[in-house]
Ligand binder design. Structure first.
Ligand code: SF4
Length: 214
């Protein structure tokens, strides 16, 4: 935090835009997502109503910059259909659902895995759930933050979530969403600047912790 300052994530103007971004960014760089969101904006499809009004083939075309369109377009449509059917089209009504039940419901949707569900819960709906991603996995792995059983090399998603929860367990419940938000944004910043496929530890704000860990 001292090295990067507040990150003010997620990069989107509305909760629905956050949700679209969470789908579109799967296996895709954010620059490509921005191009898709711009296409959707120009087509008036950055709201649930606007998105419902466009045919699937057009949606595919609009989100083409983000790739995987035959998976992502129907998945986005399924989310919008669920929002309409189960919550009367209201994201506020959806956000009022208890966290565990809502997470379970999101995971039942096509194209929604742990990371997408948690990004929607935290960044669009304000629920206090940590978001884990490949950047956090690399940092946790390189710093030895999770003890893996013999024969397993990959840290699982739930282990990363637990790691984050434990790190903020002493903080007030009402500040957790904000803390998880900043923490995820900061791990992405460190990951992009230093801890990608190759670790560039020189100048990394976590380098002192790495030396303590090893
Ligand atoms: S010091 Fe930074 S770059 Fe090096 S392993 Fe840790 S997080 Fe990654």
């Amino acid at each position: 935090m001292r090295a990067y300052g507040p990150q003010h994530w997620w990069p989107a103007k509305t909760a629905f835009e956050v949700i679209l971004g969470a789908y579109l960014t799967q296996s895709t760089a954010w620059k490509a997502v921005e191009r898709s969101l711009e296409n959707l904006r120009e087509a008036g499809a950055l709201t649930p109503e606007g998105l419902r009004a466009i045919p699937l083939a057009k949606l595919r075309k609009l989100i083409r910059p983000s790739g995987f369109i035959s998976r992502k377009a129907p998945a986005i449509r399924a989310f919008v259909a669920m929002l309409e059917k189960e919550f009367g089209g209201s994201l506020s009504a959806m956000a009022a659902t208890p966290t565990a039940a809502l997470r379970e419901r999101l995971l039942e949707l096509p194209g929604v895995g742990n990371e997408t569900a948690d990004a929607i819960l935290l960044y669009a709906l304000g629920h206090p759930v940590p978001v884990a991603d490949e950047y956090l996995r690399r940092i946790a792995n390189r710093h030895g933050l999770v003890a893996l059983p013999p024969g397993r090399a990959r840290i699982q998603y739930d282990e990363l979530s637990d790691l984050t929860r434990k790190a903020f367990a002493g903080d007030a419940e009402e500040s957790r969403a904000q803390l998880f938000n900043e923490f995820h944004a900061l791990t992405v910043a460190v990951g992009k600047a230093h801890c990608g496929r190759t670790a560039r530890c020189d100048g990394c704000p976590l380098a002192a912790d790495l030396h303590r860990a090893n």
